[in-house]
Design a protein around this ligand. Structure first.
Ligand code: NAD
Length: 421
């Protein structure tokens, strides 16, 4: 069962947000703004995959480059049965704003394949990934477009892409993807980076609100994958009370707090958080409305809409997922005084450490985990500061402020480079 609101088109949401930000960018030439509304290029591939039962299935995949103005495009690859071209377009656009906001030399991209990864055997997943990767070869390289994991893909997926690319060019190219396993040129800390960064950002929000006692802060996390599980883990590690977590199968709630390392063990054994002893069952939609102070949506887009925004009890929404809140829900939450720390800021830890991984691969010189996190946090805190400043200066919410800041930087670079030819 999918919880995505299919009636809400993520690209339309991204454009609505862009329009809101553009209204505060009157000094930018209309032609620059118009250019940034569209992806630079879009690639659709239809390709065969041999299944274990001997049949052949045709799959459809996408890769969208929204912008390459600041540098190579960067963005994850998603495997999900609900992937659409418009979803990939939106995610690519948000990557442009994210990279720009945190000051990385990257443009934005995203990829996706329409497939339920849980329906594939390991062999099928490998064949699908290798064929998709080889279809993308005209489009990707360490200097043009660098993929990474997203929903439904992981380090192993990246290893297959890296190997497929390397076999094609005839030598090993670790910098072709980020989020790889360490043994083939991955970075220390990349796996945890997004979730850890979400908690760095959450703690910055708490600090600015004068909330010092982490034990008094109740946190609920939707999604217990790469982002959600690490966010829950670091929240727990830092003394916050994680009262609810969920995955695609459902959620668990305990008002006294869940012991997250044990929930992680339970998930490793049973493949889900559901059934964790000593917790009540909640559905994914109920999870969003449980009594808590901080809500971290870390699954997928369009989870907080005008239908449930007024039922959310949290005072802070820290967006681990991309696009979890619709513009209508933003208005309701902002009207109620809820602080929404937007995706492009809150989950940027992942792309920051992806950038570190790429830099390490290019120079073939590797850093320790300590060094990685010591370098990551200042990027996030700086981005928080510039977003807050913009928000105060213009009297706008944090999402609009983050996008105004990000779009401004891309526009300046675009103006400086000029339109080719
Ligand atoms: P993942 O595949 O590791 O985990 C996704 C989690 O969401 C799983 O627990 C899954 O069970 C749950 N889920 C999937 N479909 C669901 C549904 N229909 N309803 C409720 N729960 C559902 O993915 P991830 O990498 O953790 O990505 C999660 C979100 O974070 C996505 O929006 C992604 O774009 C964003 N994000 C990821 C990274 C990264 O580094 N992986 C970086 C930035 C943002």
């Amino acid at each position: 069962m999918s919880f995505v609101e299919h009636t809400i088109n993520p690209y339309q949401v991204a454009l609505q947000q862009f329009n809101r930000a553009s209204a505060h960018l009157r000094d930018i030439d209309d032609s620059l703004l118009e250019y940034m509304r569209y992806p630079r290029r879009e690639f659709t591939v239809n390709f065969p995959v041999r299944m274990d039962d001997g049949s052949t299935k045709i799959h459809t995949g996408y890769r969208v480059h929204h912008s390459t103005v600041l540098g190579p495009s960067k963005g994850g690859i998603r495997y999900d049965s609900a992937v659409t071209l418009d979803e990939v377009r939106a995610l690519a656009m948000w990557m442009s704003w994210k990279c720009s906001l945190v000051g990385l030399p990257y443009g934005g991209a995203k990829g996706g394949v329409i497939v339920d990864p849980r329906s594939l055997s390991m062999g099928e997943k490998e064949r699908l990934t290798r064929r998709y990767a080889s279809e993308l070869i005209p489009l990707i390289s360490p200097h043009s477009d660098v993929p990474a994991p997203d929903m439904g893909t992981d380090g192993q997926t990246m290893a297959w892409i890296m190997d497929t690319y390397s076999m094609t060019v005839g030598y090993s190219v670790p910098a072709i993807v980020t989020g790889k396993p360490l043994v083939i040129g991955g970075s220390e800390g990349r796996k945890q980076a997004t979730g850890r960064g979400v908690i760095t950002v959450m703690m910055e929000a708490m600090r600015r609100a004068g909330i010092m006692d982490s034990g008094s802060v109740r946190v609920a996390v939707q999604g217990f994958g790469n982002v959600g599980s690490h966010a829950a883990y670091y929240a727990h590690e830092n003394g916050f009370k994680v009262v609810a977590v969920s995955d695609i199968q459902g959620g668990i709630y305990n008002a006294n707090g869940l012991h997250i390392p044990s929930v992680m063990e339970h998930q490793t054994i049973y493949g889900t958080v559901v059934g964790f002893p000593g917790a009540e069952s909640v559905s994914n939609s109920e999870l969003l409305e449980v009594p808590c102070d901080v809500l971290i949506p870390a699954a997928l887009e369009n989870q907080i809409t005008e239908k449930n925004a007024d039922k959310i009890k949290a005072k802070f929404v820290i967006e681990g997922a991309n696009g979890p809140t619709t513009p209508e829900a933003d208005d309701i939450l902002n009207g109620r005084g809820v602080t929404v720390v937007p995706d492009v800021l809150a989950n940027a830890g992942g792309v920051i450490v992806s950038y570190f991984e790429w830099v390490q691969d290019l120079q073939a010189f590797f850093w320790s985990e300590d060094e990685i996190f010591r370098k990551m946090d200042p990027f996030l805190i700086r981005a928080y500061e510039v977003t807050t400043r913009m928000s105060e200066e213009k009297g706008i919410d944090m999402r609009t402020a983050a996008q105004v800041t990000a779009i401004k930087r891309v526009a300046e670079a675009l103006k400086t480079r000029g339109f080719y030819p």
